[in-house]
Ligand binder design. Structure first.
Ligand SMILES: [Mn+2]
Length: 405
């Protein structure tokens, strides 16, 4: 494990210029004991799930050094918060030699910044009137006191690393997908007409929690009938009518890596002829686009091919006459990179390479017919083509009718 995080830090250093200092803050602990979610870049470079810590990577004269600052445990607080990680433990877990307690950070950084040229902080995108969080305040303080520095968000460097997954990351994604599959199969076999969408969500969460997944990758979309035509429907609180299709867009997370799967199935176990027609159209498009996935292809190419195929299908379904009308029934893009974030950091303009993981998720949404269909799989780009990581989650019409009846 240490090797993986070491090599990531080395890779990041190769992306850096001499005079660069990367500063990555861990997330704060929420005040109520809800489950802690780590900052994705902090996790990527340290593997640590502790709050408040700060990771630094400096590069001077082509030599790079990592530093880590962690919270010091207070004995009186142990009974509430448990024992905090010690400097020795953090050193052992991360392979970072220079580990100190946070109370040393201000002195350390004040001595360091005069010698640096560029500061790269993990700041989220903020609106002009947003209240500054700890990270943004740190950048503001540095800007006012060390006026020779230039500033960059660290995401510009991180996306080049994070868009290519190593073997360990593929394993985490596969595990997240496997847990999601359990939830989907539970829903296929146990849900029935009249159920509330919330009950289906409970089936999904039951399997995720039972598998010890600490959290979901994103909040589930469970949409029956016309609800499936609202792209970001998240209420999940309607009763599902007989003869409805149900659209699931769900993903558990494992070690912070998120699955992202969409399936659409008939609640009563039988597609109506029209539902079957629409479903078959989306499935055909999805399969053809997946076939295109290989190193060198761009997301834009996948997008324009999808649009072309969807237009053809919409004409066959009698929904449109002119090409330009297709956005009425298909409003989104074909997919995105997947990883620590469900919509993962990546340079979408770069061609895919081996190690990229993307989603392929075409859909057709016909509000007036109360039909919304989306089918989404998670695809690993390999040297020669692709591997469907979510291959074993049923999506063929006959399979669905068998599993859902
Ligand atoms: Mn998706």
């Amino acid at each position: 494990m240490i090797k993986i995080f070491n090599s990531r830090r080395e890779k990041l250093a190769t992306e850096m210029q001499s005079g660069d200092l990367v500063v990555i803050f861990a997330n704060e602990m929420p005040s109520m004991p809800v489950s802690f979610l780590q900052d994705k870049n902090f996790y990527y470079l340290t593997g640590l799930e502790i709050p408040k810590a700060i990771f630094l990577l400096e590069k001077i004269n082509n030599k790079s050094v990592s530093h880590l600052f962690i919270e010091r445990g207070i004995p009186e607080m142990e009974v509430w918060e448990g024992k905090k990680m010690t400097v020795e433990e953090a050193r052992e877990l991360t392979g970072i030699e220079s580990v100190q307690y946070l109370d040393r950070f201000n002195n350390f950084i004040s001595a360091k910044l005069p010698n640096m040229e560029r500061l790269l902080v993990n700041i989220e995108h903020l609106n002009i009137d947003d209240v500054l969080d700890k990270r943004a305040k740190f950048a503001q303080n540095a800007r006012e006191r060390f006026i020779h520095l230039t500033f960059q968000p660290v995401t510009n460097l991180m996306k080049n690393l994070r868009m290519i997954k190593d073997e360990w990351e593929i394993e985490q994604l596969s595990k997240a997908i496997e847990i999601t599959e359990r939830g989907i199969r539970h829903i296929y076999s146990q849900s029935k007409a009249g159920d509330n969408e919330a009950k289906l969500q409970a089936m999904l969460h039951y399997e995720a929690i039972a598998a010890n997944a600490k959290h979901m990758g994103f909040s589930a979309i469970i949409a029956g009938g016309v609800n499936a035509t609202t792209l970001h429907y998240g209420e999940n609180n309607c009763d599902i009518d007989e003869n409805s299709l149900v659209l699931l867009d769900v993903g558990a997370a494992w070690n912070n890596y998120s699955a992202d799967i969409s399936r659409t199935f008939p609640i009563s176990g039988k597609f109506t002829p029209r539902q079957k027609e629409v479903y078959a159209a989306v499935l055909a498009v999805q399969k053809e686009i997946i076939e295109m996935v290989k190193p060198g292809v761009t997301m834009q190419e996948l997008n324009s091919k999808t649009n072309e195929l969807i237009i053809k299908e919409l004409k066959n379904l009698g929904l449109i006459k002119e090409n330009s009308e297709f956005r009425t029934y298909y409003m989104h893009s074909i997919g995105h990179h997947l990883g620590l974030d469900t919509h993962d950091l990546a340079d979408r303009t770069k061609p895919l390479t081996a190690g990229c993981v993307i989603t392929v998720e075409p859909g057709i949404y016909i509000k007036e017919e109360k039909i919304g269909v989306r089918i989404e799989d998670d695809i690993l780009v390999t040297e020669n083509g692709y591997r469907i990581l979510s291959k074993s989650i049923p999506k063929e019409i006959e399979e669905l009718e068998e599993l859902c009846k």
